[in-house]
Ligand binder design. Sequence first.
Ligand SMILES: C[S@@+](CC[C@H](N)C(=O)[O-])C[C@H]1O[C@@H](n2cnc3c(N)ncnc32)[C@H](O)[C@@H]1O
Length: 377
Amino acid sequence: MSNPRVGNLAERVVARIRTRGPITFADFMETALFDPEDGYYTTRASLGFEGDFVTSPDLGPAFGRSLARGVADLWLLMGKPATWDLVEAGAGRGILMRDLLGALERERADAARGARPAIVEVSPRMRAQQSLALEGRDLRWASVARSLAPINGVVFANEVLDAFPVHVLTRTAEGVREVFVGEDNGQLVEIIRPPSTADLRWRIPESVPLGGRWETSPAAEGWVASLAAALVSGYIVLIDYGGDEAELLTRQGAGTVRGVAQHRLIADPLAEPGRHDLTASVDFTAIRRAAEGAGLQLVGASTQREVLVALGIREATARPATPIEQLRAASRRSAIDALLDPNGLGAFKVVCFAKGATSEGLRMFGAPRPESAARYP
Ligand SMILES: C[S@@+](CC[C@H](N)C(=O)[O-])C[C@H]1O[C@@H](n2cnc3c(N)ncnc32)[C@H](O)[C@@H]1O
C-alpha cells in the first residue's frame, strides 16, 4: 500500500478504495498478508498451538525426520554431492528446518556434512523466529530464491503456496466475472466486476457451475517459476492443501478462501485485514503447469499420508521400558496419527519436481529404498 500511514490497515484500504476504486481480491489478500507495516505475516503471524494455526512440524519431530529421509534419498540420487544446497522456502517458525537438519545429522551424517542450509523468507517477523529456532547454525537467508542462485540441491516448502494471493473468479449469466473489494460506509464489501485482466477469463474451468467460484494464483505460479529459475540441478518438493483441478471441481464451485485466527474460521475474511491469516486451497494442476513451463519435470505426486508412510514414519522402534517413556511414545504415536489423518493433514498433497536430476527411484513415491540408504533405522 502506498497510502501514507494513517489509521489501521482496514482504514487505509478503505481510503485507497475511496480514492482509486475497488481493488481485486488478490490485491486485498496481498495487502492483508504482506503490507510492510500492518500485514499479517509482517507484524502478527503467530503459528503453533498457542497461535492462529498449526502446521505439520508443530506436531513434533516425526515430520522433519521423515522429510529428512526423503531429502537424503534425493541426495543419493544426485550422486552424493560433497556440497549441496538445502533450501526451505517460507520457513515459518523454523521448526521444520531445525528438525530436518537434526535428523539428517543423526541418520545420514555423510549427507548432512556437505549440506548448505538456506531459507527463502519474506517476513521479517518469521525470520526473527527462524533465527531463534536455528541459533548457532550457519545458515543463509534471502527474500527471493534468485539471491541464492545457483542452487544445486533440494528446495522444499510446506504450506507456503496457500499463502499466495488469489484472484477469485465467478461464472455469471453475463459471463466470467471477478471478485473485487469495495467499501460501503467504511465496511469492506465484495463487488463483482469484469476480470481485471483479459487472461483471467480463461483461467476458470468450463465446468464451474453458474454462480460458482474459482481461485487462481498467478503469483504462486510465478513464485514456483522463480524457484525453478534459481535451481540449476536437483529437486523441489512442495507440500500443501488443495488438489488437482479435477479434485477442486468436485467442490461444485464453492470458493476456498478462508480467514483463520486462533484455530477458528473468521466469519468475514474481509473484516480486519492484517489481523488474521487468509488462505486458499492450492490448484496443483496450475502449479504443475507453471513448474513444467519453467523447465521442471514432475517426479511424483501423492498425499502426505502415503509419502510419510513410504518414508517410514511408522517404523516401529523398541518398546520403551519405563512408564514415562511409554507415555512419551504414546504421545509421539498420536502426533503421527494426526500427520497421517486422511481427513486432515494426511490428505495434503506432496509434489516433487526435478531439474537436471533423475526422476526415477524416489522412495517417497513408492520406489524401493535406494541401495545405499538401507541403513536407515
Ligand atoms: C503458513 S506459513 C508455513 C510455515 C512453515 N513452512 C511451516 O510448515 O510451519 C507460510 C510461510 O511462508 C512465508 N512466505 C509467504 N510468502 C512467501 C514468499 N513469497 N517467499 C518466501 N516466503 C513466503 C511466510 O512468511 C511464512 O513463513
